[in-house]
Design a protein around this ligand. Structure first.
Ligand code: ADP
Ligand code: MG
Length: 234
């Protein structure tokens, strides 16, 4: 299948289920088609499978709820980090199902996403929204309080070129953190640049994307990894 056939199918399957948003693994599949680095993942239907897949992916792993009724997974106890053994995986699976059901007894559970746990590093956010006037618009910022409290973000109307992507990154006030402060090694700014360019291409290719959110993306000295992805369709 070509990239566009694969992406179209993911969008169509979501719509066929009456959803205007993609589940995390679907959004990550779309990202992967565009060369955006993501965490390796598998879908477990049973606790035993969660253990088997954790073993295959390699510890530590992360378990997450897959449900069309859950948008913010962490808030309903739908994320278990640092799974380090078969027992952890089995308990984590059960704990997630129980917690999600407690928040919404009618929640449909499609399975549990097992994924590699990305080592902690500097977190950035890459986003896109469709502006009524300007069309697809890209956003960049550093994760956590920088975006949420300081509103320290940069915007560009898509499509962007490499120069504009680099400007978006260097414009935020928190930029020195990426450059490496207090003896820390600089983070891979080229990797972020590539993600911004790929995201730009993706939202230009698919005007039906209303909102896209890669939050967070872990950025390392070498490379980066998207840990959570959301895509909302029109
Ligand atoms: P939510 O739907 O609540 O946004 P996330 O998938 O973003 O759920 O998970 C919540 C938090 O857990 C993330 O912000 C990140 O800090 C951590 N996390 C999630 N997945 C991973 C992963 N694969 N590796 C490392 N940390 C992760
Ligand atoms: Mg998230």
């Amino acid at each position: 299948m070509t990239v566009s056939a694969k992406v179209n199918k993911i969008f169509q399957d979501a719509k066929a289920e009456g959803r205007n948003f993609l589940l995390e693994h679907e959004a990550k599949s779309v990202c992967k088609e565009y060369g955006i680095p993501i965490t390796e993942l598998k879908i477990a239907k049973t606790a035993q499978e969660a253990a088997k897949f954790s073993e295959e992916i390699g510890y530590p792993t992360v378990l997450k709820i897959i449900s069309p009724d859950v948008i913010h997974k962490f808030d309903v106890g739908g994320v278990v980090l640092d799974v380090n053994s078969k027992e952890d995986a089995i308990n984590g699976f059960k704990q997630i199902v129980q917690s999600v059901k407690k928040h919404n007894s009618n929640a449909k559970i499609d399975g549990i996403l097992v994924q590699e746990m990305a080592p902690c590093s500097t977190e950035v956010i890459v986003g896109a929204i469709k502006d009524a006037q300007f069309g697809p618009t890209l956003m960049f910022g550093l994760g956590g309080t920088f975006v949420e409290v300081m509103k320290d973000v940069s915007f560009r109307i898509a499509p962007i070129d490499e120069q504009e992507a680099k400007e978006m990154i260097s414009e935020v006030k928190a930029y020195p953190i990426l450059q490496g402060i207090r003896g820390q090694a600089p983070k891979d700014i080229n990797a972020i640049t590539k993600i911004l360019l790929s995201t730009s291409k993706l939202v230009m290719d698919y005007p039906e994307i209303k909102e896209l959110d890669l939050n967070p993306v872990m950025v390392y000295e070498k490379g980066a990894k998207t840990v959570d992805a959301r895509i909302i369709l029109e």
